[in-house]
Every structure is written in C-alpha cells, then in structure tokens.
Design a protein around this ligand. Structure first.
Ligand code: MRU
Length: 337
C-alpha cells in the first residue's frame, strides 16, 4: 500500500495506524491495527469514528490483509465482519460493497487498488464539500455545530467542519459554538481539539444551551454532518441533531447538512428506514476518557442510548454535497441520487 497520513489515519511500512479518539484531547496515542478483529473493536469503541472515516478505515484494513497474503475467501469473510461493525453510517456498507465488487472482479490486488481509491476519493470529496459549504458562511458568522465532522471523522478536511475551516482559510472571520455532544462528547473533546489546531475561535456549550443561544440571536447558521441520508433527504446524524433542526425552524436559523455522496443510501426511501445504533448504558450513566470512567448516576439506572437521531427533510434548509448545494425543491426532484 502507498503511504498515507491524515488527521486520524496513517499507513506506513509497519501497517495501518489509527489515532485513538477516545483519549483525545488529553492524549494523542496511535494504535496499530493488525487484524479484522482489532479494527472491529476499534470501530465499535469509537477509537475510529465518523461516517466517512469508518468506511475508509475498514477498506484500508482489508487492503492491509490482502497485502499480508490473505486469500480471496479470507478477505470476503473479513469484509462481511467489518461491514457489521456499526449499523448506521452507510459509508461503511457502501465502501465494503465497492471492495467486494473489486475483490470478485480482480482478486486481492483489485481490492487493494479499490481501498486506496476509496481513501483518496474521500479526501477529494471533503475538499469539494468544504468549498461548497464555505460559500454559505459569511464573514463574521457565528456558526453552531454538533458532534465532530472534521479531519477526525473523514480522511480529509471533514464535512460540516471542513466547510467552516475552508471559510476561515478564505479569510472569513468565523466563530464556532461547539455543542459538547453528550453522551460521548465528540464536540467538547474532538471538535474543540480540531478548531484549536486550526486557530478558529470557538465557545463550548452544553447541548441544552443551544436554545437559549438562538433565542438571544447569537447563531447565524447551523452546519452538521450525516451518517446516512435517505433518498427523500431525511438523514441520521449524532443524537441531538434533530433537536437543533427543530430549534432552527423555531428561530428562523438556516440549518445545513454537509455530507459526501457516499453518505447517501440509494436503497433507503425515508429516514424511518434508517437503522439507529443503540449503545451501552454506561455511556449515559457516566463519562469515559483519558482520565478513566467517571460514574455519576445510579449504577443500575435504566438508560436509553440511541447514538443517532433522524431529522426530517422538512427541517433542512439545504443539503451540501460534494456535487453542490441542493434546496428542498432539488431534493424533492431526486437531486440526491
Ligand atoms: O458516533 P460517531 O462519533 O461516529 O458519530 C459521528 C457523527 O454523527 C458525525 O456527525 C457524522 O459521522 C457525520 S461527519 C463526518
């Protein structure tokens, strides 16, 4: 495989490395992933996360195994195991389906080439999305975002956060309100870390503070990413996205979703068809990080922990894809396909 380095992934002579995102921002620790099992665990534990990145990481893991001499049968088995690592982000399924076609047509060598294209393409998709999304951001804007949608969630610049970074690099003054994003704090830990690295000013808020912020007229627009977009424009993203969309409607704040074509599920007609991952109770009863696990609730408190929610298309101002910016009218005419 060709050497590759991004914010969260690295391929070199020793193999495939991932930045352990559960330890950020306190510690920057890189983990070598030698096997299917290690990658599945890394993805399930959210050491690697973000819809496009898990598709890229799983693809590169297969390429690594192919390079180590795995047979077509072994690779096919590994592919189906990786495909199941998480259920909501369709980028993983789309990437695995592409790898399977390449494997069937051209064997392990074909799979290596396809995995590397998936990675390279994600970098390019991010660059296009960022350029389109940046057009929606005005000089002096206060942007609110949720979860983490930057270089830690993709192989490139990111989706929604990529647009913000692009706008800032264009010289626009942008200030970002970062939703901490309970329960796993991808905003407070990861987006804050990325914004700091990009020298973009930000203010961290608890998710429950967004309403008051909008009521005070302090949010010009909200940009979020997506884990799966249905054909009609409904989309799943980190839990808490739907409440932001409802708030935006009430306060007349533009609400944009930024995602690559690899996040569109052509087989999914409506948001209600998107499978939503439910995660462990301990994530809600406490918090875990580089400092260990801190429990603050009753150890047996009943918990509901959906990792994502679904925002209906009627609440979206525009969809920013790598191909351009699409209005609700465009989407109703089939622009996402
Ligand atoms: O559970 P995570 O951290 O993988 O969830 C990630 C998100 O919800 C992102 O907003 C989404 O993947 C889109 S950004 C690339």
């Amino acid at each position: 495989m060709t050497d590759f380095t991004s914010t969260a992934l690295r391929v070199d002579q020793k193999g495939l490395w991932v930045l352990d995102q559960t330890l950020l921002p306190q510690q920057e620790v890189w983990l070598l992933s030698p096997s299917t099992e290690s990658m599945v665990q890394i993805i399930r534990e959210l050491k690697v996360r973000g819809a496009p990145l898990i598709g890229v990481a799983a693809s590169l893991q297969l390429a690594h195994l192919a390079e180590q001499g795995a047979s077509s049968d072994e690779l096919e088995k590994a592919l189906f195991v990786l495909r199941e690592a998480r259920p909501t982000a369709v980028n993983l399924m789309n990437a695995m389906d592409r790898c399977l076609v390449a494997l069937k047509k051209k064997g392990p060598q074909g799979l290596i080439i396809e995995a590397e294209s998936i990675c390279r393409e994600d970098v390019e998709l991010c660059a296009s999305m960022a350029a389109w999304g940046a057009q929606l951001i005005e000089d002096g804007d206060q942007v609110l975002t949720h979860c983490n949608t930057g270089g830690l969630a993709t192989a490139g610049l990111g989706t929604a956060l990529g647009a913000v970074i692009h706008a800032a690099r264009d010289g626009k003054k942008v200030h970002v309100f970062v939703d901490e994003t309970r329960p796993l704090l991808q905003g407070g830990r990861l987006t804050a870390w990325e914004l700091e690295k990009n020298s973009i000013p930000f203010t961290l808020i608890c998710d429950s503070m967004a309403a008051a912020l909008m009521q005070q007229g302090k949010v010009d627009r909200v940009l979020v990413g997506a884990d799966r977009i249905a054909r009609n424009g409904d989309f799943a993203n980190k839990v808490g996205t739907y409440s932001l969309a409802v708030l935006c409607k009430f306060h007349s704040v533009p609400f944009y979703v930024v995602a690559p074509q690899t996040t569109v599920d052509v087989n999914c007609a409506y948001g209600r068809d998107i499978p939503v991952e439910e995660r462990s109770a301990y994530e809600v009863r406490g918090v875990r990080g580089a400092f260990g696990q801190v429990e603050w609730s009753l150890p047996h408190a009943d918990v509901w922990n959906p990792a994502f929610d679904v925002t209906p298309e009627s609440l979206v101002t525009a969809w920013v894809l790598d191909r351009g910016i699409f209005t609700r009218e465009d989407v109703r005419k089939g622009a996402l396909l």
